[in-house]
Design a protein around this ligand. Sequence first.
Ligand code: COA
Length: 150
Amino acid sequence: MPLTVVEVEGADARSRLCEHVLRDLPEWFGIEDATAAYVRDVRELTTLAVGDDAFLSLKQHTPRAAEVYVMGVRRDRHRRGAGSALLAAAEAYLRERGVEYLQVKTLGPSRASDAYARTRAFYEARGFVPLEELHGLWEDNPCLLLVKRL
Ligand SMILES: CC(C)(COP(=O)(O)OP(=O)(O)OC[C@H]1O[C@@H](n2cnc3c(N)ncnc32)[C@H](O)[C@@H]1OP(=O)(O)O)[C@@H](O)C(=O)NCCC(=O)NCCS
């Protein structure tokens, strides 16, 4: 059955869903301050969801470019298409609004991590191109910048 993606209405609901999902993903979201910042920031961001299991929040930086600010799928639901369904819905939402480029930032490959190797495999499978690994943007971690033409 195709997965249904909905836009989450209400700042409190966005924050709650983000926390519910990220707390289930300690391999990716183990840094308390960073997780708390996501839970706070999604209050103001367009957020799409698949049930209570998965969400994606968007930040638009310029009229032509946006970012997947944060996304997550609860651990026992991985690899069942929720991430792809969220991304496809986000891309359609942005295209309708004239946005042409979508970026995402994630842990760069110079820091060994099986968990984030899977994350990068997901983005590349969905058409994102790794542009550059940035050092210094994040305090202790290399940041890989990926982009997709919508
Ligand atoms: C990354 C994430 C959002 C992907 O969502 P998902 O619902 O598991 O992904 P999908 O089922 O839509 O996978 C789509 C494709 O991506 C690739 N992919 C996804 N997970 C993968 C993995 N573990 N290893 C290799 N490729 C993978 C595959 O090509 C997959 O297609 P297939 O299953 O037909 O082979 C999810 O796994 C997640 O929440 N991870 C932890 C948090 C995270 O990384 N968030 C992003 C931080 S920047």
